[in-house]
Design a protein around this ligand. Structure first.
Ligand code: ADP
Ligand code: ASP
Ligand code: MG
Length: 411
């Protein structure tokens, strides 16, 4: 039997009613002749609640216990989905990550999948099971402890299963009917894309578009998984949603495909550090060792042998970054006059493979921001994206202005 992977996100399994609705879709694919692997998220809001409980219990928590707690939301929906399918006379069984097993490394809270031996599930399919309902987001470490794959990780579970089982397709059912030119919750001019290239989706996801977890796109690209994003709320035909596919399969060739934003950014500036060989290594080494994910970096022009160094990182890593820098100063490795953290910033980015061949994208972007009176604090570019750091209060305005400037509402 051909295998299909269907993933339902938090809002799509938020109530028993919605689980029933999702189960009906699964039942239809079984009737179409597929063995189905269903990946479920926790009911919407559940994972946030669990994370909150952990933080309230322990400030510097043991990551193994964090995973034990926050993985539990998916266990509930997996069991409920299996029961709902059974009620519809569809032979179904739930599987937690360790039962599959979905093997990961030991990086608790952000574990990477190492292998998914398919034998256990395949033998159940051979024995008449039609649907394996798998709890997303979780796996098991070499030490035999439960791990989680990072927020939004059920998408990655789904793509990894599609790759491991050679599934015909991986369908991601969510609360929007596809990938849009920007978050449809921010701009009502956002337009649904029929197709998007892996590279573009990868950039959009890593720059904040949470419709797919970044790692899931990476895996789909590497293993050539046919990946679709579609709505669990609307009835759709076979060509509905958005297909994430290879660049060659895209006909549209605009310079910019989409606009992404991330509001959880902070800008940190080390004021007056010595401008000498090795200073960047002395700053960013300890930051990396402390687990700070540095994103943008700017070094100012030096004056009298001293300079300012600015970098951005996720807002919840500011305390860790401050500690790493003051510790390095105490050890005498760096010397700075002051460390200033600006927590009121956001990152807005434009992404498109067309940028490789279209000139003037940066100019258009900066002009659009200037016309709205938005000051740019930091800029970074790569081959297919340009990102700027701006005051957070202008984030939505910036997204809308850029969406207009690149005429993304038009096909
Ligand atoms: P799920 O719970 O199904 O995993 P998520 O909340 O993780 O759903 O992701 C879907 C959300 O992603 C949408 O509700 C939308 O607000 C947001 N989003 C951000 N950028 C985009 C985009 N470019 N296209 C579609 N959705 C986007
Ligand atoms: N429930 C997890 C989260 O909210 C995983 C997921 O939904 O993808 O991050
Ligand atoms: Mg998600």
């Amino acid at each position: 039997m051909p295998i299909l992977v269907m993933k339902f996100g938090g809002t799509s399994v938020a109530t028993l009613d919605r689980i029933r609705r999702a189960a009906k879709r699964v039942g239809r694919e079984v009737a179409n002749g597929y063995d189905v692997i269903v990946i479920v998220s926790a009911m919407s809001g559940k994972t946030n609640e669990l994370v909150g409980w952990v933080n309230e219990t322990s400030q510097f928590y043991d990551a193994r216990e964090y995973d034990a707690v926050v993985s539990s939301g998916e266990n509930v929906t997996a069991g409920l989905m299996a029961l709902t399918l059974q009620e519809m006379d569809v032979p179904a069984r739930s599987w937690q990550g360790w039962q599959v097993p979905l093997l990961t490394n030991s990086a608790h809270g952000a574990a990477r999948i190492e292998d998914i031996p398919p034998a256990n599930i395949l033998s159940k399919f051979a024995a008449g099971m039609k649907v394996a309902v798998v709890a997303g987001f979780q796996g098991v470490s070499p030490e035999g402890r439960i791990t989680t794959l990072g927020r939004g990780g059920s998408d990655t579970t789904a793509v990894a299963f599609a790759a491991a089982f050679g599934a015909e397709r991986c369908d991601i059912y969510t609360d929007v009917d596809g990938v849009y030119t920007t978050d449809p919750r921010i701009s009502d001019k956002a337009r649904k894309l029929d197709r998007i290239a892996f590279e573009e989706m990868l950039e959009l996801a890593s720059l904040g578009a949470k419709v797919l977890q970044t790692r899931s796109v990476e895996l789909a690209m590497r293993f050539g998984v046919k990946l679709r994003v579609l709505s669990s709320f609307e009835e759709m035909d076979d060509n509905a949603g958005t297909l994430v596919c290879a660049e060659e399969d895209i006909v549209e060739s605009k310079a910019v495909a989409g606009v992404a934003y991330s509001r959880d950014e902070a800008k940190m500036t080390l004021i007056s550090v010595a401008d000498r060989p090795g200073i960047a290594a002395a700053i960013f080494g300890p930051l990396a060792d402390a687990g700070v994910n540095v994103d943008m970096i700017v070094q100012n022009i030096a004056e009298d042998g001293r300079t300012d160094m600015t970098f951005s990182c996720p807002i919840d890593q500011v305390a860790r970054a401050e500690k790493a820098m003051t510790d390095a100063k105490t050890r005498g490795e760096i010397n700075f006059h002051d460390l200033v953290a600006d927590k009121d910033v956001a990152k807005v980015s434009v992404v498109g493979i067309g940028m490789r061949s279209h000139a003037g994208v940066a100019a258009t972007m900066f002009k659009a921001l200037r016309d709205e009176g938005i000051n740019i604090k930091v800029i970074t570019t790569s081959e297919i994206k340009i990102s700027v750091l701006i005051d957070r209060k202008y984030m939505e305005l910036a997204v809308q202005a850029l969406h207009d400037a690149f005429e993304l509402e038009k096909a």
